[in-house]
Write a protein that binds this ligand. Structure first.
Ligand code: PGA
Length: 251
């Protein structure tokens, strides 16, 4: 029997927001203060340019700040890239890795994601590793196989020594307003749990399995009540504090 895991509700702002967006963070902080005790952990992953300011604004609140990607190396001749050490130094506690938009836009392979995971762990960040099938792969009946391969190759062996967080994000559900039916989410999350337990033992039991892809205030409750769903990775609905807060309170 799986122990009750404290859920994580993570917001992925993607390439959205300048300094003015920090007002949403401040508003979320106020909403959380007014709410008092909450049952989940809260994370916001703004663009890299906002991490330092966001971490300062979030101080004294339960909101943690994360990055959306990092380079696999600590430093060096990699123009435009940001290392895990830099994210940590700027105030991040977590980093999203292997998001499907990184895999598609930047040709990131699971092997590259695994190197980034190791860099993140070495820098003291908690990685959130994203996996998920395309619509064509689901239609071909290959969703379980694709996710199994991504998990096998994106997670380094020493991942089991840490807090494992994996986000299942079907590519076709991201930003589309479409979500898998609850049965499909339950099946995929059970599949991922079994694979993680098989490979990492107790750390797999304790892994947080987030669902991501068109999570909104009106579908969050049903999704978050699904077995083996231990939180959500929220894109569009994390940009406005009121929407994101509605998702946090149902968790
Ligand atoms: P969405 O994005 O909530 O806007 O679908 C989720 C994500 O890509 O993390």
């Amino acid at each position: 029997m799986q122990e009750q895991l404290r859920p994580l509700i993570a917001g992925n702002w993607k390439m959205n927001g300048t300094g003015a967006a920090l007002e949403q963070l401040a508003h979320l902080k106020t909403l959380l203060e007014e709410a008092g005790e909450i049952a989940s952990d809260v994370l916001i992953c703004p663009p890299a340019t906002l991490i330092h300011r966001a971490a300062q604004r979030a101080e004294g609140s339960p909101i943690r700040i994360g990055g959306q990607d990092c380079h696999a190396k600590v430093s060096g001749a990699h123009t435009g890239d940001v290392s895990a050490t830099m994210l940590f130094d700027a105030g991040a506690s977590h980093v999203i890795l292997g998001h499907s938009e990184r895999r598609a836009d930047h040709g990131e392979t699971s092997a590259m994601v695994s190197e980034k995971v190791q860099a993140a762990l070495a820098a003291g960040l908690v990685p959130i590793v994203c996996v998920g099938e395309t619509e064509a792969e689901r239609e071909q009946g290959r969703a379980n196989q694709v996710v199994a391969e991504q998990l096998a190759q994106s997670l380094p062996d020493d991942f089991g020594n840490t807090q494992i967080i994996v986000a299942y994000e079907p590519v076709w559900a991201i930003g589309t307003g479409r979500t898998p039916n609850i049965g499909d989410i339950a099946e995929m999350h059970a599949h991922m749990r079994a694979l993680l337990v098989e490979r990492f033992g107790a750390a797999g039991e304790a892994a947080l399995l987030l669902y991501g892809g068109s999570v909104k205030p009106d579908n969050a409750g049903e999704i978050l009540r699904t077995a083996n769903v231990n939180g959500a990775l929220v894109g569009g609905a994390s940009l406005l504090a009121n929407d994101f807060f509605s998702i946090i309170v149902v968790a």
